[in-house]
Design a protein around this ligand. Structure first.
Ligand SMILES: [Ca+2]
Ligand SMILES: [Ca+2]
Length: 330
């Protein structure tokens, strides 16, 4: 079943039973429930002041790879989700650029916060979307009114942010080398800018994902478990209730887990979705994200393919959405 590109909406006091194959990939903050309009809490000027004086011309290339400029075939003529505009396949020529080998980790993000004093949007709003599976059974009842209509396993929970990925009782202490989550496009942009970097364009991201291979589904080829290995952190089992953890992880995995692709890039597919610079269908409020996440499975959200794409509003945050940075090769 193809996903609609329309926003999901939230309901209050009215949970519907899950009958859809939608994965909630396009869950957006602006579709939040009617309990409280928290948009007034967010002031763009508030965070802007932290960043403008910190743009460097040079950036640290440690843990980055140089991807040589070339023409590659972007998109696919066999789209799985036509409404996502995965096709057609077309030639795109790019200049050389640098890209982080890894998704930005909690440690990386903590270092940025410690130096900059930046406050993320989820912290400002006071909540973020987390996966129902990670809410303790005894607490589920209190969140029943804050679920996304077409993806009721997404629950908006107070106190969830990058350093409390599952709420105030949780911490990143044991997963500093896991990807940071609950970061908006605006947060990701500020992080990259602070390093003298930027978010990759969608074309750069996809070229990097393909790792020099032409029209393959995944960064490593066409076969999901080639060489009887797991190559990415996705979902095994029946979504959303049972994860058999065959790849080792129900939630995020360390950013250097699994084998890299031929460009030496890790976890381009799976683990967490990654923000790109690009606007979705020329709407600057919505940004393209790539790569799928640990919540993706071929049966309902086969978006860990290099050609796959989805979108969120710039201020949206969730427990399966992160990023990595790029930089110009001068
Ligand atoms: Ca997994
Ligand atoms: Ca990823």
């Amino acid at each position: 079943m193809y996903l609609s590109r329309f926003y999901y909406t939230l309901i209050v006091l009215n949970i519907i039973k899950h009958t859809s194959s939608d994965c909630g990939c396009q869950l957006n903050r602006k579709s939040e429930c009617t309990k409280e309009d928290s948009s007034h809490k967010y002031k763009q000027e508030f965070n802007k002041k932290h960043s403008d004086n910190n743009v460097f011309n040079a950036f640290n290339k440690q843990n980055m790879v140089l991807i040589e400029g070339a023409t590659f075939e972007m998109g696919t003529n066999k789209p799985v989700f036509k409404s996502d505009f995965e096709g057609p396949a077309r030639n795109v020529t790019l200049k050389s650029f640098y890209l982080d080998m890894y998704e930005v980790s909690n440690q990386n993000f903590k270092d940025f916060i410690d130096k900059s004093g930046y406050v993320t949007e989820a912290e400002t709003f006071g909540d973020s979307f987390m996966f129902d599976l990670f809410i303790p059974e005894e607490e589920k009842e209190q969140y029943k009114d804050f679920r996304a209509i077409q993806a009721p396993w997404w629950v908006k929970v107070n106190g969830v942010d990058w350093k409390h990925p599952e709420g105030l009782k949780s911490s990143i202490a044991e997963r500093l080398n896991h990807p940071v989550v609950h970061v908006s496009w605006n947060d990701a942009t500020e992080f990259c800018k602070f390093q003298g970097k930027r978010l990759p364009t969608e074309a750069e991201w996809e070229m990097a994902c393909r790792g020099g291979l032409k029209q393959k589904l995944y960064p490593w080829g066409n076969k999901l478990n080639a060489k009887d290995r797991h190559w990415a952190n996705i979902w095994q089992g029946e979504f959303p209730n049972h994860n058999t953890r065959e790849d080792g992880f129900v939630s995020t995995a360390p950013v250097d887990q699994y084998f890299p692709n031929k460009f030496n890039l890790y976890n381009m597919a799976g683990n967490v979705w990654e923000w790109t610079q690009d606007s979705w269908l020329n709407n600057d409020d919505e940004k393209v994200k790539k790569g799928g996440s640990y919540m993706c499975h071929e049966s309902y959200c086969w978006r860990y393919r290099c050609a796959a794409r989805s979108q969120n509003t710039k201020d949206s945050t969730a427990g399966n959405l992160g990023f990595r940075c790029a930089g110009d090769a001068l």
